[in-house]
Design a protein around this ligand. Structure first.
Ligand SMILES: Cc1cc2nc3c(=O)[nH]c(=O)nc-3n(C[C@H](O)[C@H](O)[C@H](O)COP(=O)(O)OP(=O)(O)OC[C@H]3O[C@@H](n4cnc5c(N)ncnc54)[C@H](O)[C@@H]3O)c2cc1C
Length: 377
């Protein structure tokens, strides 16, 4: 039986970014069921930060995280985020939705510009900007392209630098609460921890179930991404992350000659190693082709991942009042990377009993808004 102070279940962005901070205050061990960090949702992301998703709370968490991600790392390691614009495109008749999005950009002082059809065509020349096409857009210049692998590796290094550790192939199968401590069993080892952090992504409610803690109703929703060749002769590497306002698709560059696209599907799923469905792949290609001059002849690759949402689509961070020492770090939805600095610092404050982070307070984010006690169970 290995004794540790804090045991984190899940080696995705949530678990690793928080564990790296917990390790500054005491002994931390991360248990990850797979062989590598970020095998599930965290390895399947579109890897962008922008203000085009979520509500005011999610945007506030994004705003708090942006300067941290945009800053030069203090340890001299390569930057895990680079400035790269996002473009939120609207058709005629979607002015109200675009105005609402613009109000959010203004609220969080994003660096953005409202542009029309001609400028849209200059930025992404393949888009349909003719009659009935995309007539206006928000060009979000302060958006960031994230290097998710670099982010995960950076947190892993920070965890190790503070004496923390991660065990791979350590799938948690059994959890019991005995004499005020959490006893956690994997196939090869047993651990006893004063505090147990549930950062298991799509499996967050499964872990709660193993621990005898009431689930929160965390729902995994599948999302699909396809990769295809960019139109010949065009270097697309500078194209913005382009997303329709409302239903539609998003599309982003993947190097100079490839594009990625998603139909922004949200299909309920069991927690699993998600795989793309043929229909979602076809819908992705169809939506891109009907909104542009792109002819997708071959899908080179496709993948799917699970975005996990709490019933109110807000993240859940904090101790469960009914289960002493059981800490939730779940429900990161489609914004887990772009909010990870804010959520890790909230988790550190709540788990380690520190002052509530100033940058969150300044943006009106209170602990109660993300705590598990907001759900009546
Ligand atoms: C297609 C797609 C596009 C996205 N695009 C973006 C984007 O552009 N920007 C953004 O910010 N976010 C994006 N997201 C969301 C982001 O990827 C997630 O919010 C984030 O990865 C969630 O991280 P996590 O650590 O909670 O979950 P995960 O990465 O899934 O980590 C949970 C870990 O827990 C482990 N685990 C589960 N059960 C056990 C067990 N019993 N024992 C041991 N380990 C266990 C799993 O193996 C897994 O590695 C996207 C997601 C998808 C799917």
């Amino acid at each position: 039986m290995r004794k540790v102070e804090t045991l984190v279940i899940g080696g995705g962005i949530a678990g690793l970014s928080a564990a790296a901070r917990f390790a500054r205050h005491g002994e931390v061990m991360v248990l990850e069921g797979e062989e590598v960090p970020g095998y599930h949702a965290s390895g399947r992301s579109a890897a962008w930060l922008h203000f085009g998703l979520g509500d005011t709370l999610v945007r506030a968490l994004t705003a708090a995280s942006l300067p941290v991600l945009a800053a030069e790392p203090a340890d001299g390691s390569p930057r895990a985020a680079l400035p790269h614009a996002a473009l939120h495109i609207a058709r005629t008749g979607q002015d109200e939705a675009l105005a609402a999005l613009e109000a959010s950009h203004r609220m969080f002082a994003a660096d953005y510009q409202r542009i029309g059809a001609q400028e849209i065509a200059e930025l992404v020349p393949v888009l349909d900007t003719g009659p009935g096409g995309f007539a206006s857009a928000i060009l979000e210049r302060s958006a960031l392209k994230l290097d998710t692998d670099a982010m995960l590796q950076g947190h892993r290094r920070a965890l190790a630098a503070h004496g923390g550790a991660i065990e791979f192939r350590a799938r948690v199968g059994k959890i019991a609460h005995r004499e005020g401590r959490w006893q956690v069993d994997t196939a090869g080892e047993s651990y006893s921890a004063a505090r147990l952090v549930n950062a298991a992504g799509a499996w967050a409610d499964t872990i709660a179930g193993l621990a005898g803690v009431a689930p929160l109703g965390i729902r995994p929703l599948r999302r699909t991404i396809i990769r295809f060749a960019a139109p010949e002769g065009l270097d697309v590497s500078g194209w913005p992350f382009t997303k329709t306002v409302g239903e539609g698709f998003y599309m982003l560059p993947d190097g100079p000659a490839r594009l990625l696209a998603s139909p922004m599907d949200e299909t309920p799923s069991e927690p699993c190693d998600a795989a793309p469905e043929e229909l979602d792949v076809a819908v992705a290609a169809d939506r891109v082709m009907s909104a542009s001059t792109i002819d997708i002849r071959r899908i080179e690759h496709s993948w799917a991942g699970l975005r996990s949402f709490a019933p109110d689509s807000h993240p859940v961070v904090g101790f469960d009042r009914a289960a002493p020492g059981f800490f939730w770090l779940a429900g990161q939805g489609g914004f887990g990377f772009q909010t990870s600095p804010a959520l890790a610092s909230a988790a550190e404050a709540l788990l380690c009993g520190l002052e509530w982070p100033e940058e969150l307070a300044a943006l009106g984010v209170e602990a109660g808004a993300i705590g598990p006690q907001r759900f009546a169970r």
